[in-house]
Design a protein around this ligand. Structure first.
Ligand code: SF4
Ligand code: SF4
Length: 353
């Protein structure tokens, strides 16, 4: 805990400076009031829009009360880090149906480790300045309402596409949080939203996953279907997925605020293994060993090999008929996984086989 003589205003400025030195583009400080967001989440869960993501429903009131999750917490430092790779042609890839589309956040190294390490470094800097204090770092963690916290910390507003949007930076950024037991001055929350009458994200969604503005039925979202869903992808949604084999960015690509998105400063978030320009058929030929080797340290690992093949089979089913596409599918007609076999059969049927 801090000493009474601590200059908290100066410390909060230093935390922001150190955060930027550590590669975060923006740092804000939030208090603990998140009540309205908890009610929104409860309604969303009650409607079943979270699908198989049971972890979203766990943790009860701890989600909206950071001080219940980490006793002693007084403030949450919310930080954002841009991840948009600079020279990627990914939007173009969406139109190239035989090429795999991998969500922009997943083209490089997994962000969890990198951001956690930077948050730890930030905590150490604070400790060097003021001595021991209580803290805990979170990155993409289920019990933390990170978007609500970011809004409270003044980092942006939650847009109709349910992502945090920033007028100067769009939405291609990761969020991290440092819970602290320091009574720092809080930043002005973002209270105005700037979506206005725009509905571009709602209109573009390939699977019509938005129930309405600010409400996403994750069960229809391609990010959920290709990453979180463990079982088969519902047949009626498969043709709508196109060549998106890991996540989807459509509701960000179309967002006018992303004209202001800046390329990432992190080399780690640049595409690896040519994932921004890989043929579906070529990826479908990877053995499990190859998959594990090539996805080491990558968010793609999260899907696992079987789901990766399942997704690629759907992409190949949606690709134009060609010899490489048909050969790749035929080679896995007898795949060891029942789920993969079923998706391969579906894909071949799309090509009249
Ligand atoms: S990520 Fe894609 S599928 Fe999911 S809501 Fe956005 S546009 Fe729709
Ligand atoms: S596309 Fe339009 S409505 Fe959707 S989040 Fe962006 S500004 Fe808001």
């Amino acid at each position: 805990m801090s000493s009474p003589s601590l200059d908290l205003v100066a410390l909060s400025q230093s935390i922001k400076d150190w955060g930027r030195e550590l590669g975060f583009q923006q740092v804000g400080i939030a208090g603990l009031e998140l009540g309205e967001h908890e009610a929104h989440l409860e309604r969303w869960l009650a409607a079943g829009y979270h699908g198989e993501m049971d972890y979203m429903g766990a943790h009860g009131s701890k989600r909206s009360h950071p001080d219940e999750l980490v006793p002693g917490t007084l403030r949450v430092v919310s930080l954002r880090m841009d991840y948009l790779p600079g020279d990627t042609l990914m939007a173009q890839r969406l139109g190239e149906k035989e090429t795999a589309y991998v969500s922009r956040y997943a083209l490089g190294r997994d962000y969890h480790k990198l951001i956690r390490k930077r948050l730890q470094q930030l905590a150490e800097r604070i400790q060097q300045a003021i001595g021991p204090f209580g803290y805990r770092a979170f990155v993409d963690s289920a019990p933390v309402l990170e978007k609500a916290i970011a809004e409270q910390a003044g980092l942006g507003w939650i847009g109709k596409n349910t992502l945090v949007l920033n007028r100067k930076a769009g939405s291609y950024f990761f969020l991290g949080e440092l819970f602290v037991d320091l009574p720092l001055p809080v930043d002005e929350p973002t209270t105005t939203e700037h979506c206005g009458r725009c509905t571009a994200c709602l209109d573009i969604c390939p699977t019509n996953a938005f129930v309405g503005p600010y409400v996403l039925d994750a069960r229809r979202c391609i990010s959920y279907l290709t990453i979180e869903l463990k079982g088969p992808i519902p047949t009626e949604l498969r043709p709508l997925i196109g060549n998106r084999v890991f996540g989807c960015d459509d509701c960000q690509i179309v967002c006018p605020w992303n004209r202001f998105a800046r390329p990432t400063e992190q080399g780690d978030f640049q595409p690896r293994h040519s994932l921004d320009n890989a043929q579906l058929a070529e990826l479908f030929r990877w053995s499990e060993e190859e998959f594990l080797r090539r996805t080491e340290g990558s968010p793609l690992r999260r899907a696992g090999y079987e789901r990766w093949l399942r997704n690629l089979a759907v992409g190949l089913g949606n690709a134009p008929s060609s010899i490489p596409v048909l050969q790749a599918l035929e080679a896995r007609r007898e795949d060891a996984s029942e789920m993969v076999r079923e998706h391969v059969q579906w894909a071949l049927a799309q090509h009249g086989r």
